[in-house]
Ligand binder design. Structure first.
Ligand code: ZN
Length: 330
């Protein structure tokens, strides 16, 4: 998750944590942070032309008028940005602002989600192969992929959650740190992976081009990149406006749409093969749905309250506000 300049992030993935709401309990956090910066240029096309989408506390969310990329300013930098992903990110008492209510507690739901997504993975990698998950978090995707016979490896920057992945998969399979450091430490050769996944990672990375360059080098010719991110131009995002649960400004620095993610990938010498939301749904608990409704306001929250009583049950939902892109090195 995030990286200082020239260090490539390894992100925390998974069906992303969610929030909605625009009231910042600590609206001055970012102002008080010793390390924050104003962003004036589009990371995708370099343009400074932009339109204010909305303001939220100390943050401004802009749309680049040249390429439609959406980005947040100001943002944390350096260690302040890395610190976002400490223990409290994975078990957050304010998940609508940052992180997950209780990531580990939802493990069964993540595993079930990845089992479903393996259908997509198997389409592009039908035989057992060598897989790297960048930003593997607790390693849930890797556990599922391993059950399908793949040779799995993971990188995770957040020590707080990498511990769990190391515990379940072993220290030889999961590296806690930056991707480029993992490449050196593990002696990974160029063109040595069949598939590299980055689930809900790219929007957290200040310099995504660096991360994508490293990934492209590691992929075999014809190897596939599977990338999931939110779609800021989805119907749900447009409908909810600033209440869209993916606006979490400390961590989601960027918001892509199909056009901007394809442009970024193309600029980084990837050829996009498919881009869609068909497999981007996830299993959630009824308690989660009730919690989310509560974030949209008092009345939706009250109406949804009985759902929380069904907490042990879960269901698959796909609001089609995330996209999964399959790409390969050009
Ligand atoms: Zn732009």
């Amino acid at each position: 998750m995030t990286a200082p300049p020239n260090r490539h992030a390894t992100e925390s993935h998974t069906p992303d944590s969610d929030r909605a709401g625009s009231n910042h309990a600590d609206a001055n956090d970012v102002k008080q942070a010793s390390e924050s910066e104003q962003i004036t240029t589009c990371q995708v096309c370099g343009s400074t032309e932009r339109e204010l989408k909305f303001e939220d506390g100390p943050y401004k969310v802009y749309t680049c008028t040249s390429c439609t990329f959406v980005y947040v300013t100001p943002r944390l930098t350096g260690q302040a940005l890395l610190d976002v992903y400490n223990e409290t990110y994975w078990k957050s008492d304010n998940p609508k602002e940052r992180g997950y209510a209780d990531y580990a507690k939802e493990s069964a739901l993540y595993l079930k989600t990845y089992k479903k997504r393996m259908k997509l993975v198997s389409k592009w990698l039908p035989q057992p192969g060598r897989i790297l998950d960048v930003g593997c978090a607790a390693g849930y995707f890797l556990r599922v992929a391993q059950q399908h016979g793949h040779d799995v490896h993971g990188v995770e920057l957040s020590e707080a959650i990498a511990k769990e992945a190391i515990e379940s998969l072993g220290p030889d399979r999961v590296y806690n740190g930056f991707l480029d450091d993992a490449v050196k430490a593990r002696g990974w050769q160029e063109q040595s992976f069949d598939l590299i996944t980055i689930w809900d990672v790219i929007e957290h990375v200040p310099e995504p081009q660096g991360l994508l360059d490293s990934i492209r080098k590691l992929l075999k010719p014809g190897g596939k990149l599977l990338l999931e991110t939110q779609n800021v131009e989805s119907r749900l995002a447009n409908k909810l406006g600033k209440l869209w649960h993916h606006y979490k400004h400390d961590e989601h620095l960027y918001h892509f749409n199909p056009s901007t993610i394809e442009r970024l990938l193309s600029d980084c010498n990837f050829k996009v093969l498919t881009c869609g939301s068909a497999y981007a749904g996830k299993y959630v608990s009824f308690g989660f749905l009730a919690e989310r409704a509560g974030r949209l306001g008092k009345i939706p929250g009250l109406l949804a309250k009985p759902l929380a009583l069904l907490k042990p049950c879960n269901l698959y939902i796909n609001p089609h506000d995330e996209i999964i892109v399959i790409a390969e090195p050009k």
